[in-house]
Design a protein around this ligand. Structure first.
Ligand SMILES: [Zn+2]
Length: 251
């Protein structure tokens, strides 16, 4: 048995579905759920995106076959909040399209579990929280902005941020990372605020955002980084290669 989150389900043949799940032990898997659309199917009710489930599967001819699924944790409060449901749908779609089958990653699993818990428990959501989720997902996959020092020379006295360069730049190196390199001012305070979103729980980041405690310059930089490195909604990613880039599926 393996703990899992259901990412998507799509119809396949008359009574079957292909179910994409993110499991704690094996990462993303695509499982054939035979007979799932029949009214007598015991597994159908447990295959919900707002559950953490425990599932079992067996080798199959084309896909592993889902044999058993049980609900372990239910986040039903999400169903009562339109904004939470919308955030859940977008985020699971992003995970499903960015991550390849069969590469387990403890950080992705922890992020998913924390995100579900957060969506379930929080009463209101910052319009910015989805960008934070994408930043955290990018970090789990090995794409983290370099905020400690200039990406070219390492000097800590930086004042600019370049999404293309993947981090902060000193005054000497602005414009040195490419002709179309768009950069903008980022104070040390803003760079610090940017860094904290990777260290604080999602609920704390959400509250700080709702209370206007994260400096606008940091938000601009975060948004630009996400927009440049994760094309939102299109399911395509364009990120600089790192040691972990094999985890991404370029579809
Ligand atoms: Zn520099």
């Amino acid at each position: 048995m393996s703990l899992a989150v259901v990412l998507s389900r799509r119809d396949f043949r008359e009574y079957d579905q292909l179910v994409s799940v993110y499991t704690k032990e094996k990462g993303k898997l695509e499982l054939l759920a035979a007979g799932i659309k029949k009214s007598i199917s015991k597994n159908a009710a447990a295959l919900q995106p707002f559950f953490i489930v425990d599932l079992d599967y067996a080798e199959g001819r084309e896909w592993p076959r889902l044999t058993k699924v049980l609900t372990v944790v239910s986040f039903v409060e999400i169903l009562k909040k339109g904004d939470a449901l919308d955030l859940l749908g977008k985020s699971l779609q992003a995970v499903d399209s960015f991550i390849r089958v069969g590469v387990p990653d403890a950080e992705v699993w922890q992020l998913l579990a924390e995100w579900l818990e957060f969506l379930n428990a929080s009463k209101s959501f910052s319009p910015f929280i989805y960008s934070i989720f994408l930043l955290r997902l990018g970090k789990a996959l090995g794409y983290q902005p370099a905020l400690a020092g200039c990406v070219v020379c390492g000097v800590e006295d930086t004042a600019y941020f370049s999404p293309q360069a993947g981090g902060v730049l000193c005054a000497k190196h602005i414009g040195s990372t490419g002709e179309n390199d768009k950069n903008f001012p980022l104070s040390r305070e803003a760079a610090g605020a940017f860094q904290t979103v990777f260290q604080m729980p999602l609920s704390v980041v959400n509250n700080a955002l709702l209370m206007g405690k994260i400096v606008p310059l940091a938000l601009v930089a975060m948004k630009a980084f996400v927009a440049y490195h994760v094309a939102q909604g299109s399911g395509s990613v364009s990120l600089p290669k790192t040691k972990n880039s094999s985890k991404l599926s370029f579809v």
